[in-house]
Design a protein. Structure first.
Length: 57
């Protein structure tokens, strides 16, 4: 898997629901495959702003 939902930049806290939700657009099929089959999320983006800089050095 490319990354975990816990450290994805699209995983945001919703005050109304009082839980984290994925803000990336996934259709029903993509959501099923990511959650049930453990496939890598096509929209995963690391929440680490310095990842690219470390990669360039």
């Amino acid at each position: 898997m490319t990354g975990r939902c816990d450290d994805c930049a699209y995983n945001l806290y919703d005050d109304e629901l009082e839980e984290y939700v994925c803000e990336a657009y996934l259709d029903e099929d993509e959501f099923y495959h990511v959650m049930r089959e453990g496939r890598a999320c096509p929209y995963y983006r690391s929440g680490d702003d310095y990842e690219l800089v470390r990669h360039q050095n």
